[in-house]
Design a protein around this ligand. Structure first.
Ligand code: ATP
Ligand code: MG
Length: 558
């Protein structure tokens, strides 16, 4: 199907356009993004955010932010603040901020109403007993002995539950629906439980808390949500969502739930519970560790909001579960940074190169184009001198035929500098190369080259006296297996990649990087995309590798 802009619609946009055409709710569009503040947002949430906010933006509606804070045991304001920051960073604006806890009174009143109408009862059996009586999808469950207790008794018990007269786990409130229903969610679901932990917003005002199924749809209804978009695992919950809405509805208005395929990425874990475990057990440095799939981790790693949104746009929304290659996410950031990152030279593994025919006291300021992809690119200067650093890997004494880097007798170009001919090297007693020698051709200066010489290789370098020492952090995938969430895996921590972080403490960077600012993006020529880590000090800059220039991983596994 085509929208006005000629881009094909996803199935949710198609539903929304049909509803607008048919005049549903007078064309009013309202969505919500409903995170539980029990952890930081991850790249999977970005997919939900892009559709929830994207639909509202595209169809002149509103998307509210609603914190689904119905379980005080796991929730915290730290997460509320982080979630807001991440959504804004991704580039989205919410209409209003709501909390499920804003509706605790309304939800409680609705629960009492259900009890009074015979639609709910207080259960005294344990969670295990209830589970044992649930039946299976093909066999009916067994009615609770408390199912038919008098309304007055349930009402009295429910009120006393909320006064704190009973311990956690002793009593629950169950909806009285159908213990033989083919949808297991209808077999008298628990709708309220006792929790004796203070809530981060309502303190100790409440002792009973609504379950997800009793809160979500009703909150949608109270707020006036028109399209409640969520992931496919909620398909089986939808009939119950509609059941409670049916009991609440006072006019034609009702919210409707639509489900899309969640994002699963190879080599990536996306359960907040397990990510929290990694943080608590210090397997990573925190929620913003650049190896984490969290939005804050990706930001620190050097991902841009545009790259994340482009990635989500490319994978699209369907009704079928699947797994996306994490290489596609890496591709998206490479593509974006290629357009925006300033090109600089950093030598990770330095060895000295001495240009023996270059005057000892001479220095030249060479012009470096910040971004060759941009025809109007700015420039900066780099200092060329007799003593330089190049990568150890860029010199080989006895090189194979197709080695186009430094080897005695071979010409290479030093980027933004001159063509040089390698003349030899000096080794220490262990045979390690400690100095490389070359001669330069003064007529081959980049930008005014009259030498007419063609060379196959171009190397990056920095001047020994005009560079700074920097720390470089090289990241790799956090897990060694494609699906760390595989149910067959007993303990996902057994599959943590021991080489997911490599630290180089004394890389040599051109002096231009002394002024680099936190989170600024660079391309280290021939190496990859990097950004400045907030751990940087005025004395020592720290750089994170966002992504290598090319996908090297696919070669590694083959
Ligand atoms: P987790 O299982 O990681 O704890 P969650 O689903 O419990 O995640 P919520 O805070 O409840 O986390 O999620 C808020 C919204 O984000 C929900 O609408 C949920 O469907 C959506 N969401 C969560 N994970 C993904 C994912 N991997 N892909 C797409 N949407 C997701
Ligand atoms: Mg959830």
């Amino acid at each position: 199907m085509e929208s006005g802009e000629g881009k094909s619609l996803n199935f949710i946009e198609a539903i929304v356009e049909k509803d607008i055409r048919e005049g549903l709710h007078d064309g009013r569009i309202q969505t919500r993004f409903p995170p539980e503040p029990n952890g930081y947002l991850h790249i999977g949430h970005a997919k939900a955010i892009c559709i929830d906010f994207g639909i509202a933006e595209k169809y002149n509606g509103i998307c509210n932010l609603r914190f689904d804070d119905t379980n005080p045991i796991k929730e915290d304001v730290e997460y509320v603040d982080a979630i807001k920051e991440d959504i804004e960073w991704l580039g989205f604006k919410w209409g209003e901020i709501f909390y499920a806890s804003d509706y605790f009174q309304q939800l409680y009143d609705f629960a009492e109403d259900l009890i009074k109408k015979g639609h709910a009862y207080v259960e005294e059996q344990s969670a295990e007993q209830i589970a044992a009586q649930k039946g299976t999808p093909t066999t009916p469950g067994i009615n609770s002995p408390f199912r038919d207790r008098p309304v007055e008794e349930s009402l009295d018990l429910f009120r006393r539950m909320n006064k704190g007269e009973f311990p956690e786990g002793s009593l629950t409130l169950r909806a009285k629906i159908d213990m033989a229903h083919s949808n297991m969610h209808f077999r008298d679901p628990i709708i309220y439980r006792i929790i004796n932990v203070p809530h981060h917003r309502t303190g100790t005002a409440w002792k009973v808390y609504p379950m997800y199924d009793f809160a979500h749809g009703q909150c949608d209804y109270f707020e006036g949500v028109t399209h409640s978009i969520c992931t496919l695992e909620f398909v089986v919950h939808r009939p119950l969502y509609d059941y409670f809405i049916d009991l609440l509805m006072k006019s034609d208005y009702r919210p409707r739930q639509y489900e899309f395929n969640r994002l699963n990425l190879t080599y990536t874990m996306m359960s907040k519970r397990k990510l929290l475990q990694l943080v608590q057990e210090k397997a990573v440095k925190g929620w913003d560790d650049p190896r984490m799939p969290t939005i804050t981790g990706l930001r620190r790693r050097g991902y841009t909001p545009e790259s994340i949104r482009n990635f989500i746009d490319r994978i699209g929304y369907t009704k079928y579960e699947g797994v996306v290659d994490v290489g596609l996410l890496e591709y998206a950031v490479r593509e974006d940074l290629n357009k925006h990152a300033t090109r600089v030279s950093v030598v990770l593994n330095p060895v000295k190169l001495i240009i023996t025919n270059y005057p000892e006291d001479k220095k030249e300021e060479m012009v470096a184009i910040d971004n060759p992809e941009d025809p109007n690119s700015t420039t900066h200067t780099v200092t060329f001198a007799r003593e330089l650093y190049i990568e150890q890997e860029d010199f080989m004494e006895n090189a194979p035929k197709k080695y186009f880097r430094m080897t005695p007798g071979q010409d290479v170009r030093l980027k933004n500098g001159y063509i040089v001919t390698c003349t030899g090297c000096k080794k220490d007693e262990t045979g390690k190369v400690v100095e490389v020698y070359a001669e330069y051709d003064p007529s081959s200066r980049s930008g005014s080259d009259t030498s007419n010489r063609k060379v196959k290789g171009t190397l990056h370098w920095v001047a020994v006296d005009d560079c700074i020492d920097v720390e470089v952090r090289l990241y790799d995938r956090l897990f060694t297996v494609e699906n760390p969430s595989d149910p067959k895996i007993e303990d996902f921590r057994d599959y943590l990649n021991p080489d997911s972080l490599k630290i180089i403490t004394n890389a040599k960077a051109e002096k231009y990087l002394a002024d680099a600012q936190p989170l600024q993006h660079f391309q280290f020529q021939r190496i990859g995309y990097f950004n400045v880590d907030p751990d940087s000090t005025p004395d020592k800059k720290v750089f994170n590798r966002t992504v290598s220039l090319k996908d090297t991983w696919s070669k590694k596994i083959n």
